[in-house]
Design a binder for this molecule. Structure first.
Ligand code: MG
Length: 137
């Protein structure tokens, strides 16, 4: 089963993501950007990389945009295939979307609150490996 990394500082939001995506892949959770980068590095080191990361933007300490920059740098250093990154934000503004997608290297962007159907549609649009989405059924 493919692995998903879910990152959000709000417990309610993290629980929603975890429940929503439990059938899609094997999920791991992080509560801030620093923890996300640590888990991502460990997964790469163990040869069990995450296929996708769902990343909140607004978090204390290392925010989502910085965490994605670091994740992309880790992948580049390891010569790893880039994972798919879906950003989540409560800020419906173009600047964050630009920063996420063109600056940090995210593949998609959703504005909170996100419902289940929208989340799954966004994941489908990320063109994830087929077996990841097959697991949804
Ligand atoms: Mg947040």
């Amino acid at each position: 089963m493919q692995r998903l990394l879910l990152v959000d500082d709000e417990p309610v939001s993290l629980r929603f993501l975890s429940k929503a995506l439990a059938g899609v892949g094997e999920t791991a959770e992080a509560r801030d950007g620093a923890e996300a980068v640590t888990l991502f590095r460990q997964a790469l080191d163990q040869g069990r990389p995450f296929a996708a990361v769902v990343m909140d933007i607004m978090m204390p300490g290392v925010d989502g945009i910085e965490a994605v920059r670091r994740i992309r740098a880790l992948e580049a250093a390891a010569g790893a295939e880039p994972c798919r990154v879906l950003m989540l934000s409560c800020l419906d503004d173009a600047e964050h979307q630009m920063d996420s997608q063109y600056g940090a290297g995210a593949d998609g962007y959703l504005t909170k609150p996100v419902d289940l159907a929208t989340l799954r549609r966004a994941l489908a649009n990320l063109d994830l490996p087929a077996n990841l989405l097959d697991a949804e059924e």
